[in-house]
Write a protein that binds this ligand. Structure first.
Ligand code: PAF
Length: 278
């Protein structure tokens, strides 16, 4: 596996399968890499903790950085190369200018209309769109794999690519199923912050999704989800059933729905989602 530290060395891996990450890799990322490998293209993993997607109250400097372990995991999962860009590779004009530019981008509607992740983190998707656009320009992938765990992010990036089909003509976004612990907890880099009690309580998210799937009626589902989250000591931020496509309220045109939850356990914020119906 090649470790690439400068965008000048990317050429042999352009046109391949991309798995973009911020590091702190876990089994969920390994599964993305294994899925990417099935396409028989070279698999390029990127590791870049992107400062522009962190809000002022989110601690960018505390984000886990575990590069040596990440490189081992990526290689075992089948990555052909890992690109660890410098700030200068991604933001040649420097971070301060990049942060301002991220707030000025025209974003896909799924980034600011649903009022889900975008409600509490208003600058987040500007930073995500900015960094993935830069990574797509540098890496020129033909496939890019993103997990359904961050469902709004997946929809935002999919729409970003659809809206810029002339810029990334050959690019296809591949959604990948959420990888779960045996008891149902979705894998996340944040799970490492949970203590033993919180780890048990965190299962409330998975249970809330199960409860909602058993409800036929949408507003019942939302009430039952909140109750389930609270029973587990979680502080719900949202617990909703939305259009899987727009992530906005269900209407007569909706033909596929998604259950989405976000809740806090102390300072730790967790999200999860699942299909609703069929
Ligand atoms: O999901 C992530 O890890 C990040 O948001 C991404 C897509 C790598 C952009 O920094």
């Amino acid at each position: 596996m090649k470790i690439i530290e400068s965008s000048r060395e990317l050429a042999p891996f352009q046109g391949g399968s991309l798995v973009a990450t911020m590091g702190a890799l876990h089994e969920g990322h390994a599964s993305l890499i294994r899925t990417a490998k099935l396409a028989k293209h070279p698999v390029l993993v990127t590791i870049f903790v992107n400062p522009t997607q962190f809000g002022p109250s989110e601690d960018f400097s505390r984000y886990p950085r575990t590069l040596e372990v990440d490189l081992g995991l990526a290689e075992t999962a089948g990555a052909d190369a890992v690109f660890v860009p410098s700030i200068g590779d991604i933001y040649p004009d420097g971070i301060e200018i990049a942060k301002r530019q991220a707030t000025e981008l025209a974003l896909p509607p799924t980034a600011n209309q649903p009022k889900l992740e975008d409600a509490g983190r208003p600058t987040h998707f500007g930073g995500v769109c900015q960094v993935v656009a830069r990574l797509f320009d540098l890496c020129r992938p033909s496939l890019a794999h993103f997990g359904e765990k961050d469902f709004q992010q997946l929809r935002v990036i999919t729409q970003l690519v659809e809206l810029n089909s002339d810029r990334w003509q050959a690019l296809k976004i591949v959604p990948c199923k959420t990888v779960r612990e045996p008891d149902g907890l979705a894998m996340s880099s944040r799970n490492r912050y949970l203590n033993v009690t919180q780890r048990q309580d965190a299962l409330g998210l998975w249970r809330a999704l199960q409860v909602a799937r058993e409800c036929e009626n949408l507003s019942n589902a939302e009430v039952m989800m909140r109750a389930t989250l609270e029973q587990h000591g979680l502080d719900p931020e949202y617990a909703v059933v939305r259009s899987s496509k727009t992530l906005c309220a269900i209407d007569a045109t909706t033909n596929s729905a998604r259950i989405l939850v976000a809740a806090k356990l102390g300072e730790i914020r967790l999200i999860d989602n699942a299909p609703f119906g069929n």
